[in-house]
Design a protein around this ligand. Structure first.
Ligand code: SF4
Ligand code: SF4
Length: 384
């Protein structure tokens, strides 16, 4: 059996659904695209992934000869409906950059060990443009929503590649859009119009970006009020442009087995608990799924406050009143925004009470804006 076949069969054996291989050459089209949209993507270009450097794999690994790329189908079990309107499926599936000690982190580790046993040097921390790599290796094509689609699976997939120093047999590319002609359902469904043309996303408008990249250590923690309104109950990620896609309907309508772990998480997951979370809730209900981007609880609390505000239910006013006493300015500010969204008599009273004792300027501004908006809304209702 050839080395290429041995590698591909091992990858399939440990749970990957597709494997392809390409030469470890540079990706000039990716570099050009990212450079063209430098302003939108500056947070990523300047970040630790160093995508423009990694797009020339031999600059990081001079011995690189081949890239082995894999598709992992992360929607093999069902996702509880109590979670899908709040948390993206890829995070529920615990496969996004999973740590080595978790099952989805062990799989790439097994792959690396196998390649090393074959005598390969395996590259480390080379953050390749995974979608382009997989399309060049013929295992995915593109959707106009910017996601990669694998034949027979859809876009609920996670791509991982391995750079090695041996020559292998290479696959033919499928760098193309695989969508039905005339379809633009994803672009129409996106609540923020983040997909501004086919295959072009403005990350700053994307709800997923706003749930987890808006942190002080990245782009700052402020979320524009216009975007907050459109986040609905999303607290980590957004799947809307994949949910509406005809290419995902077979999988979405399939009757799949429950993921018993997610069933347990869903049983006691709530936005109000997330807003004022205990250490136990954080360690057992947040971290096991949302371990990747956010390391500080205040960002989860902010997102929960936005979600509760968007629900608009006065039943959450007491939870938001508790959050108005949170030690974090960020949490108090977004709780104020949410109270303004709810706008009930008790919500307004809590805002007024807190305005007189609040000392942080940014929170005072949120309270003032929240009161202004709820007063205006109240007047509009009175006149109608
Ligand atoms: S993930 Fe959500 S916000 Fe982002 S492009 Fe898709 S539908 Fe729009
Ligand atoms: S919704 Fe339509 S245009 Fe968008 S990715 Fe799916 S098939 Fe393509």
């Amino acid at each position: 059996m050839s080395l290429t076949t041995q590698i591909k069969e091992f990858a399939l054996d440990i749970g990957y659904s597709k494997v392809g291989i390409i030469p470890a050459e540079s990706f000039p089209e990716y570099i050009a695209d990212l450079t063209d949209r430098h302003e939108m993507y500056s947070f990523y270009i300047k970040g630790p992934s160093r995508p423009l450097v990694a797009a020339e794999p031999r600059s990081l690994m001079p011995t690189a000869k081949s890239i082995i790329t894999t598709v992992y189908d992360y929607a093999q079990k069902s996702f509880p409906k109590e979670l899908t309107d709040k948390i993206g499926r890829v995070y529920q599936a615990r496969c996004y950059n999973a740590p080595d000690e978790r099952i989805n982190g062990a799989r790439p580790q097994l792959m690396r060990e196998f390649l090393r046993k074959l005598g390969c040097e395996v590259g480390d921390k080379i953050n390749l443009p995974e979608r382009l790599v997989a399309a060049k290796a013929g295992i995915v094509n593109y959707g106009r929503n910017n996601f990669a689609y694998a034949e027979g699976i859809g876009s609920f997939i996670y791509l991982t590649s391995f750079v090695v120093d041996i020559e292998l047999d290479y696959d033919s590319p499928t760098v193309e859009v695989g969508c039905p002609e005339g379809c633009s359902a994803c672009m129409k469904a996106c609540p923020t119009q983040a997909i501004y043309e086919p295959l072009k996303l403005n990350p700053r408008r994307c709800i997923a970006f706003n749930t987890f990249i808006t942190q002080d250590r990245m782009v700052g923690s402020h979320i524009e009020p216009e975007i907050r309104e459109k986040m609905g109950t999303k607290v980590h990620g957004c799947d809307i442009c994949q949910e509406v896609c005809p290419r995902n309907q077979t999988r979405l309508k399939e009757k799949l087995l429950d993921d018993e772990f997610l069933v347990k998480v869903a049983q006691d997951f709530s936005l109000s608990q997330m807003l004022n979370m205990t250490d136990e809730f954080y360690s057992t209900r947040i971290q096991p799924l949302m371990y990747n981007y956010i390391k500080e609880r205040k960002y989860f609390q902010r997102n929960a406050a936005i979600a509760l505000g968007n629900l608009g239910d006065p039943a959450f006013v007491p939870n938001l009143a508790v959050a108005m006493n949170d030690p974090e300015d960020l949490v108090r500010g977004y709780a104020a925004w949410a109270l303004g969204k709810i706008g009930s008599r008790s919500a307004k009273q809590i805002l007024k009470d807190n305005l007189s004792k609040e000392t942080t300027e940014s929170v005072i501004e949120e309270i003032r804006n929240a009161l202004f908006r709820s007063e205006i809304r109240g007047e509009l209702i009175d006149f109608s």
